[in-house]
Design a protein around this ligand. Structure first.
Ligand code: 13P
Ligand code: SF4
Length: 303
């Protein structure tokens, strides 16, 4: 990235000048992830980092629900999102009003919301979860039925790992819903011995056909420890680029899908967000208080 070196340098200087940190999700392009990110990880790690960071400004290199979660957990900090259009098909699939209707239809049934939702949806739920702790959260509630919103694929994958009855919603991740069990078989046929790693937002058949499924951080850790010569991260494309830099001994085969929302974040708009302190994320205070209770309930579970 030599052509980008001046921009990378300028961003890193601005961070020091403004006491800012960049929280970078694992799906950021490698120039962002490896050259300007301060704290990197999956959604759970990013939520924890936002809650404990002592920077004055947080730039969320990720999508809007992640920036909102950072603001919910760090209400006194300025949280910036470099492109306000960086959404998520899961977050767009459900509103707070939908959750209120569900609660009225299933009185007494605990409602868990995936972190990939708006603050308004988190505010209506009992507890939040991420892909790294969904089974633990569902099992912590002491109920034989739990509503897990809004990802129907994550819900099916959780249901396959617990005796608790899981009710869900019709949301899906537009990146992971596209993978099929056939893709997994084709990869095994084309690359004997390949290790196949996927994410629980994928269909159950894909998860069952793969060697491992977990959050983006768990996927990276598992790849590093697998000792594999060849592996595929059946997920968003930047994951392989980022992990390959850390683990050059693995050859990553690349069927992958781009997330158009994640790809809205660039070095250029990170620089502009920091320089102009623009695109601040604001969450209504009353909503933030209730949403924080949902996220905090999750963070308070044993790690
Ligand atoms: P995690 O990083 O928490 O696994 O989430 C994946 C994802 O799709 C985020 O948008
Ligand atoms: Fe949403 Fe899927 Fe993109 Fe993650 S990868 S932001 S879940 S659409």
């Amino acid at each position: 990235w030599p052509a980008k070196a001046p921009l990378i340098h300028a961003i890193n200087e601005l961070k020091k000048e403004k006491n800012a940190v960049i929280l970078a999700h694992n799906y950021m392009t490698a120039d962002i992830f490896h050259c300007v990110g301060d704290l990197m990880g999956d959604s759970l790690a990013l939520a924890r980092m936002a809650a404990t960071s002592d920077a004055e400004i947080i730039v969320q290199a990720g999508v809007h629900f992640m920036a909102e979660t950072a603001k919910i957990m760090a209400p006194d900090k300025t949280v910036l999102i470099p492109d306000t259009r960086a959404g998520c098909s899961l977050a767009a699939s459900i509103t707070g009003e939908d959750v209120r209707r569900i609660r009225a239809a299933y009185p007494g049934v605990p409602i868990v919301t995936y972190v990939n939702t708006s603050a308004e949806v988190k505010a209506e739920c009992d507890i939040c979860c991420t892909s790294s702790n969904a089974v633990q959260v569902v099992e912590s509630l002491g109920s034989d039925t739990v509503i897990l919103l809004p990802d129907e694929y994550l819900a099916k994958n959780v249901a396959a790992q617990t005796d608790i009855r899981i009710l869900t919603w019709k949301g899906s991740c537009e990146v992971h819903e596209q993978f099929t069990a056939e893709d997994v078989q084709d990869l095994r046929d084309a690359h004997p011995g390949i290790v196949i790693i996927t994410h629980p937002e994928s269909p159950l058949e894909v998860v069952q056909a793969a060697d491992f499924a977990g959050s983006t951080a768990a996927m990276a850790d598992w790849a590093k420890k697998s000792g594999a010569k060849q592996a595929v991260l059946l997920t968003e494309c930047s994951m392989s680029d980022n992990v390959a830099i850390d683990v050059p001994e693995i050859e990553f085969i690349r069927p992958c899908n781009l997330c158009p929302h994640m790809k809205r974040i660039t070095l250029e708009n990170i620089y502009d967000a920091l320089r102009l302190e623009q695109h601040e994320v604001i969450v209504d205070e009353e909503v933030a208080i209730r949403a924080r209770a949902s996220v905090q309930a999750m963070l308070d579970l044993p790690a």
